[in-house]
Design a protein around this ligand. Structure first.
Ligand code: ADP
Ligand code: GN1
Ligand code: MG
Length: 364
């Protein structure tokens, strides 16, 4: 249910903060949670308030516990390394008055973190920012690489498991709940044709050739905060931090940042691969991640871009076939448009495979 301005402001009474909030306004453009910016009486942007999508994140205790562990771990590392701007280099969540890191109002779950002053996000980046983003995600994974196994829960089981996503997709095709299969049939076929190609990770994992690590799992370009000079402050949107394959994180960045069009672009001609962004990101990522990546993982990085784009096409089309039950949509055919746009980008990436692989040979 929609909250009134007064009730949004009143949520802050449940958190450990003395500030008087006078404005709470919608912020960001995520597809899952609802994000708000909270402003104090002095006109200062002070907090980010989020309504957690409880339908998707069913175990809110695990969710907030994961985030608390991750942010505390990063904070300790930053302090140990002599970082002086710690409060802008990692998110700080506010405890509620009962000590938990969320508040349940009888209907929804809410959390609050400090708004990072002087920060901004981008939907598009230039090569220089892309290089910085690559370094930031590598550094993020590196900082989390010594968290003992089993500490961070798998908040959405099989989140980036391609075999599982295809199973859901096939179920959606068979059920045809929204009666949209006829229109989608050609795309369905094109995706199924590629299914084996894109389940390699699960196969390599079973063979013991690929391991799981703690990943961000939502490395969209707009999940990095930059300062005014284009230096990275921190990685945000930590809901999906969990054990998975390392390609997820390079892949989702390639999917979003190397696309010259939008994720849901209506004009498919706008969708091309920006190779300069790919090269800069990969260079940055390798710089901070090379010590923990295996040669196989490094070689597979370009495949990660295709895989995550394929996975996103499958997920958007599954949701379209199911009748739009997962992602927020802004028009009736939004998920269809997203599916077409992601598939176009997949084909563009496929066409660049040898160029990307060739580039990897030059930097390893
Ligand atoms: P969503 O799931 O909606 O993508 P995010 O956590 O990514 O949620 O937040 C949405 C947007 O809000 C971000 O893209 C960023 O612009 C802004 N944002 C989030 N947290 C902060 C923060 N702590 N400081 C400044 N801006 C933030
Ligand atoms: C969702 O919340 P947001 O918009 O950052 C989704 C990601 C998708 C992305 C597609 C929990 O992320 O997995 O890649 O949309 N998050 C979840 O844009 O499903
Ligand atoms: Mg986000």
């Amino acid at each position: 249910m929609e909250k009134t301005q007064a009730s949004l402001q009143a949520l802050f009474n449940h958190f450990q903060s003395e500030d008087k909030i006078t404005v709470v306004e919608p912020f960001g453009n995520g597809h899952i949670n609802d994000t708000f910016l909270a402003i104090t009486g002095e006109g200062k942007a002070k907090y980010i308030l989020q309504r957690i999508n409880h339908r998707i994140f069913k175990d809110v205790d695990m969710l907030q516990n994961n985030i608390h562990l991750v942010t505390s771990h990063i904070r300790e590392k930053l302090i140990a390394s002599g970082e002086t701007d710690v409060d802008r280099k990692v998110l700080t969540f506010l405890p509620a008055k009962d000590g938990k890191y969320y508040h349940f109002d009888g209907e929804s779950y809410w959390r609050v973190c400090l708004y990072i002053p002087g920060s901004r996000t981008y939907e598009e980046v230039n090569p220089e920012f892309s290089f910085e983003a690559g370094k930031a995600f590598g550094h993020f994974q590196e900082m989390l690489s010594d968290i003992p196994e089993g500490t961070i829960g798998e908040i959405i089981p099989d989140f980036h498991n391609m075999e599982f996503r295809l199973k859901q997709f096939k179920e959606a095709v068979d059920t045809n709940a929204a009666g949209r299969l006829d229109e989608a049939r050609e795309l369905v076929e094109a995706l199924l044709e590629r299914s084996e190609t894109f389940c390699i990770q699960e196969q390599l994992y079973r063979e013991g050739k690929l391991k799981k690590r703690i990943n961000h799992c939502d490395t969209k370009v707009n999940n990095i905060l930059f300062d005014e000079e284009g230096k990275v402050l921190c990685v945000i949107d930590l809901d999906t931090v969990m054990p998975g394959f390392v390609l997820s994180d390079i892949g989702d960045f390639i999917r979003t940042a190397c696309n010259t069009g939008a994720e849901d672009d209506e004009n498919l001609d706008r969708i091309q691969v920006n190779m300069e962004i790919f090269k800069a990101y990969t260079r940055g990522y390798i710089e901070t991640a090379k010590d923990f990546l295996t040669p196989l993982e490094i070689r597979m990085l370009p495949y990660g871009g295709r895989l995550l784009t394929y996975m996103q096409t499958v997920r958007f089309l599954t949701d379209y076939l199911n009748g739009d039950t997962y992602y927020k949509i802004h028009s009736p055919k939004h998920n269809w448009q997203r599916s077409l746009a992601q598939f176009k980008f997949l084909r563009e990436l496929e066409a660049k495979t040898s160029e990307m692989d060739g580039f990897m040979d030059t930097i390893i």
